[in-house]
Unconditional design. Structure first.
Length: 368
């Protein structure tokens, strides 16, 4: 009976000893994490004796559940009380890489992602018993700086439809193995904030797998409605794993003003070889319709002042590209000459066959 009681006592003491060894990881919960930082630990030995043991670590990807790598330290002595350790104390550390390429880590930085690190401390006597202590910790590796939006600028009032969206990559770029982006654009309803629109509304447009830090927005894509506000955001991914996201910026395409509508509605003046057609160049915008009967690919448009003061003197001109048949030409005359509302001007083209086509016009200025 006495021997049985002694056996029970030693078993109980052993279990208490197991329960009195603790692992306290000090890995940052979010931010940049180097592989060596995974070994920044506080070990607590609550027993009355030193323990010869070793640490083992398994790093998992929380999103996929895949084991990234496993590692084990050299054997070391855990004295009673608390002990702070790091990779220097524990070297050499042996790594066995699974779903992570250890040779591709920039400055030993872990790739962006969501991780779970599980530790165990076992007696280093070669036995295969249960570990004396186990502990897991979760953390997220994010870049120092997320993608930063460039264009369209925040609260931009655009004159024309945006042809491109651009941003800077997250930094440091070297921590990403397969960096790509998702671009989200949402229409903002009255009373909504931009973040709410991107979270709750159906995307006006989205694109995944963008490999450059810009998105070309062609005319074939959904057109932005003038006067409406849109929010946009960029999400960075490493392979298919979330890495970081930009802030949310907003923009709108301005509704056309009265002058813009008037210029748009002004007809193109037809250039003729005979009787010249007359018209106006609203705010100095010359709109010509020229029929190219020759093989010319370019033409020179000559501007003359027909007032008595200049007597048809040539003032300036500009070159245009031509296609066979009808050509519509729109040009800002302020680029090449000073304009006046007083005289009548002549615009003419002489083709390679010596045929001259002309129109007459005056400049009239309008205000919104």
């Amino acid at each position: 009976m006495r021997k049985l009681l002694m056996a029970v006592f030693f078993i109980f003491a052993s279990l208490v000893g197991v329960a009195q060894v603790y692992i306290q990881p000090t890995v940052p919960t979010v931010g940049l994490v180097q592989k060596s930082q995974l070994w920044n630990l506080v070990l607590v030995n609550g027993t009355t004796a030193s323990i010869e043991g070793r640490l083992e670590l398994i790093l998992f990807d929380r999103q996929s559940g895949l084991e990234m790598f496993s590692a084990s330290t050299n054997r070391f002595t855990l004295s009673k009380g608390s002990m702070t350790v790091n990779v220097t104390n524990l070297n050499p550390v042996q790594y066995n890489y699974q779903a992570m390429d250890g040779s591709g880590l920039l400055n030993n930085l872990l790739p962006a992602g969501a991780y779970r690190a599980c530790y165990s401390f076992s007696i280093a006597d070669g036995s295969k018993g249960d570990p004396l202590a186990q502990e897991c910790v979760i953390f997220d590796v994010e870049p120092l700086s997320p993608p930063m939006l460039i264009f369209p600028m925040d609260s931009a009032l655009l004159e024309t439809m945006p042809g491109q969206f651009s941003w800077t990559p997250p930094t440091p770029v070297g921590m990403f193995n397969r960096l790509s982006y998702e671009v989200f654009i949402a229409e903002i309803q009255p009373g909504q904030k931009a973040d709410e629109a991107l979270q709750n509304n159906l995307p006006f447009y989205s694109s995944a797998g963008v490999n450059s830090n810009f998105l070309s927005y062609s005319a074939a894509l959904p057109a932005f409605e003038k006067g409406k506000w849109y929010g946009w955001q960029v999400v960075a991914r490493d392979d298919k794993n979330y890495a970081s996201r930009s802030g949310t910026w907003v923009f709108t395409v301005k509704e056309p003003g009265r002058v813009e509508q008037l210029i748009k509605g002004t007809p193109f003046m037809k250039m003729k070889p005979g009787d010249a057609e007359s018209g106006i160049a609203p705010n100095g915008i010359l709109k010509l319709s020229y029929y190219n009967r020759s093989t010319d690919s370019t033409a020179w448009v000559t501007i003359r002042d027909l007032s008595a003061e200049y007597g048809g003197q040539k003032l300036s001109g500009f070159q245009v590209k031509l296609l066979p048949g009808e050509n519509q030409i729109e040009y800002k005359l302020k680029k090449v000459m000073e304009l006046s509302t007083e005289p009548t001007y002549e615009a003419s083209i002489v083709n390679s066959r010596g045929e001259k086509s002309v129109v007459l016009f005056r400049v009239i200025y309008f205000k919104d």
